[in-house]
Design a protein around this ligand. Structure first.
Ligand SMILES: [Zn+2]
Length: 97
């Protein structure tokens, strides 16, 4: 019980730090999908980038379009690289329906 509380607080503090930094340089971590260190954002931020809601973000993760990183097993972050790729693919699809 005590352990769980500590983990939650740690994650909230981490997400807060990400939010506070804002804009460009967020969390940088190694992404298995990209095979290199990339920036990660919260699902809420990812939804904002896609101009969609978080449900679309989670669906993208499920189908493998978006890479993600688990934080303390209870929160996850989305790889900005895969987000930008998804955005580019969507733009192409719009141009060539
Ligand atoms: Zn990635």
């Amino acid at each position: 019980m005590e352990m769980r509380k500590t983990i939650r607080v740690k994650t909230e503090a981490w997400c807060e730090r990400v939010r506070l930094r804002g804009g460009t340089n967020l969390a940088v971590a190694f992404c298995d999908g990209c095979g290199k260190a990339v920036r990660f954002v919260t699902p809420e931020m990812a939804a904002g980038m896609l101009h969609a809601n978080t449900r679309e973000v989670y669906r993208g993760i499920e189908v493998g379009d978006l890479h993600y990183l688990e934080v303390d097993k209870i929160a996850l972050l989305v790889c900005v690289n895969s987000l930008e790729e998804k955005l580019a693919n969507r733009a192409n699809a719009d141009r060539n329906p």
